[in-house]
Ligand binder design. Sequence first.
Ligand SMILES: [Mn+2]
Length: 356
Amino acid sequence: MTQKEPVPMGQKGRNMTLDTILEEIKKAEKIVILAHETPDGDAIGSCLAMNLAVKALGKSADVVIKEFPRVFDFLPGRDEVKTESNVEQYDLAIALDCADLKRLVGKEYFEEAKQTIVIDHHGSNKMFGDINFVNPVAPACCQILIGMFEYFGIDINKELGTCILTGIITDTGGFKYPGVTAETFEFTAELLGKGVNVSDIYKRVLQTKTKANFELMKRTLNRMEILEDGKVTFTYVTNQDLKEVNAGIGDHEGLVELGRDIEGVEVSIFIREKDEAENTYKVSMRSNNYVNVSDVCLMFGGGGHQRAAGATAQGTIEEVRDNEFVITNTEVTGSINIIKKFNWCISIILSNREIK
Ligand SMILES: [Mn+2]
């Protein structure tokens, strides 16, 4: 790996936030890199890319990811990832692709760290770090890292490029979401020239389904309800399903998109039981053209992007069909009707749209 010297401090065209981030990385002895719960390709790619970048700067870091989806096992640096750490206090904690401290896995390391940095692209980011570098226009956190690493004078080689491109490919649905920029393609072209196997990454992260994912897809499709005049779909998986199909980490990925891709559908809602004992559900939503699902999920203490967002809800699967529900500040609790409640929100948004 070749390494250029960064432009000296204080020179014209410098970015103070990036200068401070570089300074903090260079200063720190113990660094930890963290991402959001149920990490996707962008979270994983960002963490592994940051780990390589830290090394390129002559430092080392712990990457702590509790649940690593096996689809990303091929990525460089996978074997260095830890599920936990026994370091009591880090000098520096870097949170990637994570909008909210509540969703950060290993937040204890973050809270204890002497210095914290948040790098993200969610519009709902709570700016919970000492230093926050958030660009909601970037289609992936990994795309923010490209500019950052170039600024730091780090050579983006094949390994680093493979991690970064994995994040871009997954968060843009294979370059098809509207957030994709000219830079996305320019960078991809550049990486192809450096030997990054774009087609192999694409096939591994978007095209190949695990058997468990396929079995869950069948159940999800069978249960799918089409509501609100064909504009909303709702479906779910239970812990029982996950057990029966022998699902591993990440095997539910992509299920929320099945409803979204039906003609005429604006919003798809998918709930997944998280923890049977606590009756906790992860709610995921996707939209096509005009409903801001991040706003809908914010009402439930969640958040995300305009076209892809999530929240957490509590109740029993039977109670999903009851009519009673209680909303607290941060969570949907008690006897809830997730379908009706979410539909209520979405109905308002849909009807507002029609009035306009
Ligand atoms: Mn992301």
